[in-house]
Design a binder for this molecule. Structure first.
Ligand SMILES: [Zn+2]
Length: 276
């Protein structure tokens, strides 16, 4: 009891990684629709809390394992809708409170303020689309890698969508505190471009930079009087036309019924895939 671990907002145990450190559900919805964290729930099913996917939840608050929710139906693995929802809320909250470091661009790092985070699907991958603060038509999609093996969309897939996108590799940070996770998302975690619409060669520049051939990149940069920072402005595109699914806004995450969220996230494919 005295050494009971806590879980962070993404559902991972805070502390050293162990075999049982995988994520569990830590957020549910009360009958009036408000978000309930596991720390606020009574043990068992007394509060009638539901998962973001619509399933009834049981609060597991024993003396041995880090507290979490589980589907009352007893399914073992982490619920995909719950996980996406937890990441989306956390990313939204994080970018509201700080600027995000972009992957290297023309040999320099830039920080941008983002807003209006929404969730979008790219094949099997989930993208967190946002817009540059004050520029609702200039969007930037972030993919969050939670495990090393997690698939991310191919460059081709992202290029077809036409939106600037990059990956933040959170896999080394998942068992950190919320504070550490926030710092990792904003600054410290490794990140790389999948596609940059205004500067398509950003992907190659970065690969070269990461291989340590910094000098060669410097040679290609304009003189310092033409600041690479200023030259690196991102001309981000508007929402891509012809998307069959509308993105899910922050407000919709809070208000849409679970069945609608499921449909928006996974479309018809969701019906064919067995939920864990
Ligand atoms: Zn669920």
């Amino acid at each position: 009891m005295d050494t009971l671990h806590r879980r962070n907002s993404l559902g991972y145990i805070i502390g050293p990684r162990t075999r049982s450190s995988g994520p569990e559900i830590v957020w549910g919805r009360s009958s009036d629709g408000s978000l309930i964290h596991i720390t606020e729930a009574q043990s068992g099913a007394v509060d009638s809390i539901r998962c973001e996917c619509g399933e009834p939840l049981i609060a597991k608050k024993g003396h041995r394992l880090a507290h979490h929710f589980a589907h009352a139906s007893g399914s073992r693995s982490m619920c995909k809708v719950a996980r996406i929802s937890a990441v989306a809320s956390f990313v939204t909250q994080t970018v509201r409170n700080g600027k995000v470091r972009l992957p290297i661009l023309k040999g320099a790092f830039r920080y941008v303020a983002l807003e209006n985070v929404s969730v979008d699907t790219f094949g099997e991958s989930i993208g967190y689309r946002s817009s540059l603060a004050g520029h609702p038509n200039r969007s930037l999609t972030i993919f969050i890698k939670l495990t090393r093996g997690q698939s991310i969309p191919s460059v081709q897939q992202v290029e077809e969508g036409g939106e600037s996108s990059f990956v933040i590799d959170l896999s080394k940070f998942t068992n950190g505190s919320d504070e550490l996770l926030r710092a990792a998302i904003l600054r410290s975690a490794q990140r790389f471009w999948l596609f940059n619409r205004a500067w398509p060669s950003a992907v190659e520049d970065e690969a070269r930079f990461n291989r340590g051939i910094v000098g060669r990149i410097r040679e290609q940069l304009p003189p310092l009087s033409r600041s690479p920072l200023r030259g690196a402005s991102l001309t981000l595109p508007g929402s891509p036309p012809g998307k069959d699914k509308p993105p899910i806004s922050d407000v919709e995450w809070q208000t849409l019924p679970a069945s609608e969220l499921r449909r928006r996230l996974f479309g018809n494919k969701y019906e064919r895939r067995q939920r864990p």
